[in-house]
Ligand binder design. Sequence first.
Ligand SMILES: Nc1ncnc2c1ncn2[C@@H]1O[C@H](COP(=O)(O)OP(=O)(O)OP(=O)(O)O)[C@@H](O)[C@H]1O
Length: 912
Amino acid sequence: MDSDSGSDGSHVSATPPRQTLPPPPPPKPPLVDSTKSRARTKTKPKPSKKSKPVPSRNPSKPDLVQLEPFPLPTLPFQIRRPSDCVPSTSHSVEILRAGFFSSNYASFSKVRRPLVNLEPSGNEPVPSSIPDSASKVETAEPRKPGKKQHPNLIGASLPMPSVKLRSCGNEGNFVRLNLNGKRKRFVNKGWNKNGRFGSGGGGGRRYKRRRGKLERKGEGEEETIMESGELKLTECCKRKEIDCNVMEEVVAAALVEPSDENLVKLLKLIYGYDCFREGQLEAIKMVLAGKSSVVVLPTGAGKSLCYQLPAVILPGITLVVSPLVALMIDQLRQLPHVISGGLLSSSQTPEEASETLNRLRQGTIKVLFVSPERFLNDEFLSTISSMPAVSLVIDEAHCISEWSHNFRPSFMRLRASLLCKTLNVRSVLAMTATATTATLDAIMSALEIPYTNLIQKAQLRDNLHLSVSLVKNRMKDLLILMKSHPFVEVQSIIIYCKFQSETDLISRYLNDNNIKAKSYHSGITAKERSRVQELFNSNKIRVVVATVAFGMGLNKSDVGAVIHYSLPESLEEYVQEVGRAGRDGRLSYCHLFYDNETYFKLRSLMHSEGVDEYAVNKFLREVFPADNNSCGKIYSLIKESASRRFDMKEEVILTILTRLELGDVQYLQLLPQINATCTMTFHKTPPPFLAQKVSAIAVILKRSENKHGQYVFDIPTVANDMRITAIELTNQMYNLKLMGEITYEMKDLAYCYRIVEVPTDLLSLSADITRWLSEVENCKVRKIDAMFNAAYFALNLCDKMQGCSGADHTPCLQRKILDYFAGVDSTDFCKKIGQSSPFLRADIKVFLQSNSQARFTPRAIARLLHGIASPAYPSTAWSKTHFWGRYMHIEFKVVMEAAKAELKNFVGKDML
Ligand SMILES: Nc1ncnc2c1ncn2[C@@H]1O[C@H](COP(=O)(O)OP(=O)(O)OP(=O)(O)O)[C@@H](O)[C@H]1O
């Protein structure tokens, strides 16, 4: 075989050096038949909006640089329905699949935002450009602890915030509950043991005890929750006192007769609101009637109230499943003070979790926030299943569906059949702001909720003014935008970026130009993140430059603008992020910067979780060892090494394992993750003597390797031999540790499972799983295409007949979003992605020749050529190659096919 050197052959590429920009777009993409599209969605044509004079720029703040005005249209835009409340007499469950333009999202009125406090800032150097290649994409999923992630890794994600969960889950909410205790109002009244609101049950006594405990701990120790507690304290002190007897009466009335009148009374009493917003009353009545429902309401519409109010009325507990710990903490903080809340999270110690469960059993927690992974925990399941009635709430319910933008395999566990089997769930309330029809179908079928129980309103508020522009010089464009009307007048702005490095650069750049900004991403500490959020909430900084890590759970009502510095990955993500603006109902501005380069880069990354049948088959053969007696036995897969060996991201491994558990046939049962490797040291009794007294030690000695006096063994192997679970084994070890007999260290975090049934035909099972994963991969690609398509349409194809003008594309973008969520096929996709390249095969050949020492699959080659790192081909080793990311602009599958053909040639030649 001809290998010219040990290098990767960078110098012998068949293509010219990479350009900074991808090739120009094809001459003219197919035109949209907008009439057709309208007919399909049955939406009324929107009347063209009248322009109003733009308010002048603040004359007291001269600009430092002379900038051309940004070509935005005159604003504000017409908001059609300024009424604030839905008549509470409405009983109907309204289904508005395509009713976007006719929607009556009621609580937003047209108000101009004032210019506030444009303070000068620091003097950090201004970067000239953004080094995209060294950047990091963020997603809204939790970051794996201690795991280095490649900058381009699509699964780069949020870290779990390090919070003092004991305080958060327990005392924090208690502080709120006890506020009235101070005034001797609620002290002897609370949720009794049956979970009803009223006297008795000793709730007050317990609250009192916990309050004392909290106060003794001191403020520093309980940082996060004290913040929350104090916040509620002042809030509640300002509130007028609620008389317990009145409360009891109103709650009882609403329970006996959940009429509009009684529910509005309760709403007024607890929240001080005069009326319900659209969709809330229907959702609340569903829960009260014990009916399961799906609620699709836009961001900031008030979905939380749909479970909070029933939680006050109904006996039993409300269990809220949420995808992010940060989100749970925010929701816990936002509970009204009459509802006692708690939280269970993986960052708690077992003792802390047990304490929360004890409080739940005692009836002092009314609303409990958990992650879906908690449903693997036996103690949790047995506690919840002993509860007389559970109202289950699934927040961000789109995570259940593999067709959503945020699929989480653990959410698959929340299927109706499983819930009914394990828990006494009286009703399920699934809530989301962003669900396409495919996603909705998946949610409703998983939860067995009929379409009659779907409450769906427009998924985008109409107080958001949407604009889009093509990027020329991104940083400069941003500055021009920020210094132009209407953005120059907006007090609170979020700028969304895809890459962590961009956020720091841009915030520095803005500060240098007298715009007070801070960056926010999962790479900064939890403390710093909460500081930035606090500064932003209190208007001490004007701009937060953030990745997707910022936003979920953010309930700052007066964010006046959201700017997308780069293209979001899907319309769902776009809608979620623009939904951070205008939650107070006032007109707010959302601008999107669009360019091909980001689109190509993100589109490539959509392939980072794809797998080949070959790899799936190899994986399944390891999951199901060729052992006749494997049924019933516990096995583990060490996450990091398995990920490298199979070249699969850990999330993909978990997805396959979850599918093996929850698919048509249950092949295995997933158990909580454990550290699989244990290193044990004996201190008091010599090991052989201890083995005579403790059977676990006898098995450990048999199954361990002695390394320099320490015993190293595999936890599941020992547990299997003893016919106990891994958790039971570690409990026994813990007791020996308390007795001073041993110390031990555990490492190698592993997926743990028990085999239920061994598949008879591994080949067809691999084919089936691969097909499914490939559909999921394609779905992600379609999502970024739809996002790109909407922006491209607005910029290049919009005929401006619907009221669009200049950079303002509110009507046409709204229509695109509506069509997308309604499942209308986009016929106008502008095929930007290349389908062939004359140099591709030649480049792959050179690449193979110059890397003859390495082994590749066609997918591995396509990934490298698309600049995608994977566990077996990390960017640290491969991004230096000349071919890295060179073919991002060519369809991934085309590159894979070419790689397959070249690999065949190459291997064939090698064998001759
Ligand atoms: N009927 C109402 N009248 C007035 N304000 C309300 C009403 N219902 C809810 N709100 C307020 O609206 C704000 C947004 O509510 P909430 O956080 O529940 O929205 P959401 O739909 O969950 O948004 P997201 O999807 O972005 O999390 C809150 O401050 C809440 O108090």
